[in-house]
Design a protein around this ligand. Sequence first.
Ligand code: SAM
Length: 348
Amino acid sequence: MSVDPLLPQRRARYAGKHPRRFDEKYKEHDAARYAEEASKIVLGGKTLAGTHRSVCVAEILAILDPRPGQVVLDATLGYGGHAREILARIIPGGCLWGIDADPVEIKRTVARLTALGYGEEVFKARCMNFAGVSRLAAEAGQGFDLILADLGVSSMQLDDPARGFTFKHEGPLDLRLNPGRGQSAAALLQSLSEKDFEQILIAHADEPQAKGIAKAVFKCRQPILTTTALCAAVRRALPRPSTDAAEEENTRSVRRTFQALRIAVNDEFQVLEQFLRHLPFCLKPGGKAAILTFHSGEDNRVMQALEAGCVSGVYAAISREPIRAGAQERHDNPRSRSAVVRWAQRSL
Ligand SMILES: C[S@@+](CC[C@H](N)C(=O)[O-])C[C@H]1O[C@@H](n2cnc3c(N)ncnc32)[C@H](O)[C@@H]1O
């Protein structure tokens, strides 16, 4: 029997006061009911399970400056944090199109934004990949005044072991943004050669231990089907850590391995390049786009596309320097430390 993720589920039992597993954190999943506990967690610098803390919100709002009546595309809706801020600024008369490739989380986000009073006339959601942005611009009519893309994955996706994005908990080695499309990371691994995998680790994550990790993974006699099995195989390839710093470096290698596989499974670089090619033509004349990236593989592609657009004349102006989160945000939300925002304005 399939389980509807939006229906209340029986709460997981756990021993002790501090639940560690995602499904045991029922107070975090119901922050409205357990407001005091939830606020303690947020004040402690953590993100509530099943939520996402939007990055560089002030910077993005300053760049895009959303106004009443504008037509906006949020190409990576996620938890809807940026979308919610934009929606509040474009009414009356405006409309936000929110898209996400993830059919599981988009349902929850639509339910949340609808509950806040944003009906279909102001908020139109589509489960789709942003590679198809030009189709959406045609559906929206004259294109968009503003476009936002906040790349990568959300905390909800990362935290949920069932999605296979986290190496911290046992789960299927999946890593797909849309679990109903394409092949899982486990299936992809089985179709690769050791050399292909090494190349993926280098090209997608600059992993210095790529050769050793690929060798260790391909030495496993059993197919690697779970997050913890991959994590253990990667750790076997790394030097035994004798200090905390060495242990952290090993953890970074595990994280980079998951990142590299995620990029491969979701074809993230090709999809991003396609989005960037269509982007200027989806903006109205004078319209603005802001793109938030989290690693150099993404940022280099964005920077090159914006510069090329400036040279060709489709963009009248682009950001010359990367814009980063302020000191307070970097302190409060470690995920914001690697964030880079760039923007471009369509020529008239
Ligand atoms: C960092 S989160 C966005 C968070 C959001 N800005 C917020 O404030 O809650 C990135 C989201 O983009 C989605 N995503 C990533 N690549 C995508 C793609 N190619 N097409 C559509 N959605 C994508 C992910 O599923 C994820 O929900």
